[in-house]
Write a protein that binds this ligand. Structure first.
Ligand SMILES: [Zn+2]
Length: 275
């Protein structure tokens, strides 16, 4: 299925009442912000349509479930799209991506919107600051992906990584055709993370050597999950198509602190505004 084209402006205005209804339960200010953002997206077309639609649904769930989390991390959609491309090019390997934050804080009005009662401050490094950089630093299986070969880290980080000597604030790794649930290796790798660990599960076809593996228990957060969920393999819906031609059936993303606490992810644009 080809990705849908972004609607033309006349069609967009026909959609305004729907969009307004959807967000009006939050606040008038954020509704206006979101409408402005939709307009900005039409002009700049920052991420693929299918991805923008999917992460808007994910954000809705992040908002609805905000009381289950003690903290939040704001994740730029543009970086998610980059990571997806790297992930497909590295198949059948998992990839490890280092994430750094900028000096820009999360927008306070967005933080308030997604904040629960159990909010904890100073839980992890980079808390409250926007992620602005992603570097793919390794690929491998579910164990080796966490262990960086020394010569590679020297090469990747060089002098421009400065005194951090290759230490990133947050780390994300992928689970190709596997749910985003941490393994034991993931939990132990997270013990040396200053920020949060993120896992991106990608369900795709053609599967190659990696059929969808779904036999594990755990908390899952599916990106763009809709009510009509087909379990039959040949009837799986297609969220979007990767640059490699793979059909993407579902995406899952979780973030967690090394103490085992779940961290809520909010997808934002480059201006820090939530989708
Ligand atoms: Zn893993």
């Amino acid at each position: 299925m080809a990705p849908r084209k972004r609607p033309n402006p006349p069609f967009f205005f026909a959609m305004v009442p729907t969009i307004y209804r959807r967000y009006s339960r939050i606040t008038r200010t954020s509704t206006v912000l979101r409408l402005l953002h939709v307009l900005a997206l039409i002009r700049h077309n920052m991420v693929s349509d299918w991805l923008a639609d999917a992460i808007a649904i994910y954000n809705d769930e992040s908002h609805n479930r905000r009381e289950e989390y003690v903290a939040q991390v704001h994740f730029p959609a543009r970086i998610l799209e980059d990571i997806l491309e790297w992930a497909f090019k590295a198949l059948p390997d998992e990839i490890l991506v280092g994430l750094d934050v900028s000096e820009l804080r999360n927008l306070p009005e967005i933080e308030v919107e997604f904040q629960g009662e159990k909010q904890r401050k100073n839980l992890f490094a980079g808390q409250g600051y926007r992620i602005n950089e992603a570097v793919m630093v390794n690929r491998g299986d579910s164990f080796s992906v966490h262990h960086l070969p020394e010569e590679w880290t020297d090469d990747v980080f060089g002098t421009d990584r400065g005194p951090r000597a290759g230490r990133f604030t947050h780390w994300l790794h992928t689970h190709p055709n596997c749910p985003a649930i941490p393994s034991e290796a993931d939990a132990s790798a997270a013990q040396s993370t200053d920020g949060v660990d993120l896992i991106l599960g990608i369900e795709f076809s053609p599967e190659g050597p990696l059929p969808w593996f779904d036999g594990i228990e755990g908390e899952r957060r599916v990106i763009g999950e809709k009510k009509s969920w087909f379990t039959r393999k040949d009837k799986r819906k297609v969220l979007g198509v990767a640059p490699t031609g793979h059909r993407i059936h579902s995406l899952e993303l979780i973030a967690f602190h090394k103490a085992g606490l779940g961290v809520n992810v909010v997808f934002v644009n480059d201006d820090g505004i939530a989708y």
